[in-house]
Design a protein around this ligand. Structure first.
Ligand code: NAD
Ligand code: DAU
Length: 337
């Protein structure tokens, strides 16, 4: 099998490439990534030597001639992870989000159609459904889309485009919508790696609002296995929710991390809330379980221990990131709140 993976230097994409190349010998992957602030060549050092099975191309998914050239090699599937993915950044400036997350998807779809690529897999998110109240049932695939941030609006737009290309051109597409991932190689602007690395550095842990917003956590490698199942056996034109059935309020996650690292709760600092902050996400993943036999296999305790251990052992990876451009972003974000 030959795959084109886009955005494979980011958190989930690099975990996907590493786990797929480890699991399947008869697989080769082209990874197209722009290397934005979130892309990191170091994430894939373990496979860069494997020239027969792994090829890296630096480039933009909105660059039609480049994408067309790559797609003309007719991979069996295109798996699109490439995106601007951080909600807070989208609140500061939505431009890159609309360009990559919408125009990028249109470009990929057009090139796949032009060259008759097998299957297009769009990696989407639970955030397209909007926000739940405390007693609401989890999101199902038939829920209306009610995105609340520029990020989630751009992802919802992409989902609608993917659906439209299936209906209009009969393209073979599938969409996955997953809840919050955590695990190794996650950029330390997101809640769990930010809290772990700040705690290690004895810095304040900024908790938005009352800290009671709820997320449904999934270990990244469980998400990767689900994507593999959907890519191979998902029904064309279908959406599959993916979730960990593991809801926690943010403050509990933060306290758990501090406890595990033996750091004081006095490091917690409540800060102004994120504008438009979704209160709760929860996924109903019955469809993928019943149709494709997927269930998550990593418990939260096991996953968070492995994650904390990885950040302790890979301090040089995140210390490099937590300087330079990243600090500029932080100044802007806290100036904005
Ligand atoms: P990430 O920000 O860690 O990585 C994104 C990658 O895309 C980076 O390597 C970046 O360089 C690349 N990229 C950005 N713009 C590009 C462009 N124009 N052309 C080519 N490459 C480009 O993101 P992530 O957390 O790994 O998320 C991957 C995908 O999964 C996204 O589509 C996101 O919406 C979705 N998702 C993420 C989560 C989560 O919890 N992180 C949950 C559900 C869905
Ligand atoms: O649900 C899936 C989504 O999960 C993905 O589509 C996004 O790409 C991904 O970034 C993530 O979005 P969230 O906004 O849920 O993740 P984030 O890690 O930014 O925030 C998680 C929760 O923690 C959220 O309620 C905001 C809160 N938070 C976050 C940060 C960075 C804080 O309280 N303090 C912080 O410093």
């Amino acid at each position: 099998m030959r795959l084109l993976v886009t955005g494979g230097l980011g958190f989930i994409g690099s975990n996907f490439i590493l786990s797929m190349l480890k699991t399947y010998q008869d697989l080769s992957i082209i990874n197209l990534d722009l290397i934005t602030y979130a892309g990191n060549l170091e994430n894939l050092v373990d496979v860069t030597h494997d020239k027969n099975r792994y090829t890296f191309v630096k480039g933009d998914i909105t660059d039609k001639s480049l994408v067309s050239e790559i797609v003309s090699t007719k991979p069996d599937a295109v798996v699109n992870f490439a995106a601007e993915s951080h909600v807070d950044r989208s609140i500061l400036d939505a431009s890159a989000f609309l360009k990559t997350n919408i125009i990028g998807v249109q470009t990929l779809l057009d090139c796949c159609r032009e060259h008759g690529v097998g299957r297009f897999v769009q990696i989407s998110t639970d955030e397209v459904y909007g926000s739940l109240g405390p007693e609401d049932p989890p999101f199902v695939e038939t829920n209306h889309l009610k995105p609340n941030s520029p990020y989630s609006a751009s992802k919802a737009s992409a989902d609608l485009l993917v659906r439209a290309y299936h209906k209009t051109y009969n393209m073979d597409v599938v969409i996955t919508r997953c809840s919050n991932n955590y695990g190794l190689l996650q950029f330390p602007e997101k809640l769990i790696p930010l809290m772990i690395t700040n705690a290690i550095q004895n810095q304040e842990l900024p908790v938005y609002g009352d800290g009671l917003n709820v997320r449904d956590w999934i270990y990244v490698l469980d998400h990767c296995k689900a994507i593999d199942k959907v890519m191979r056996d998902g029904r064309s034109g279908r959406i599959y929710n993916i979730g960990g059935s593991c809801e926690y309020p943010n403050i509990e996650i933060v306290k758990l991390i501090l406890t595990k690292l033996k750091k004081p709760f006095s490091l917690i600092k409540y800060v102004q809330d994120r504008p438009g902050h979704d209160r709760r996400y929860s996924m109903d993943a019955t469809r993928i379980r019943d149709e494709l036999g997927w269930v998550p296999s990593t418990g939260f305790e096991e996953g968070i221990d492995a994650t904390i251990k990885w950040y302790i052992e890979n301090e040089s990876w995140w210390r490099k990131i937590k300087s330079g451009e990243y600090l500029d972003y932080y100044e802007k974000w806290y100036g904005n709140l």
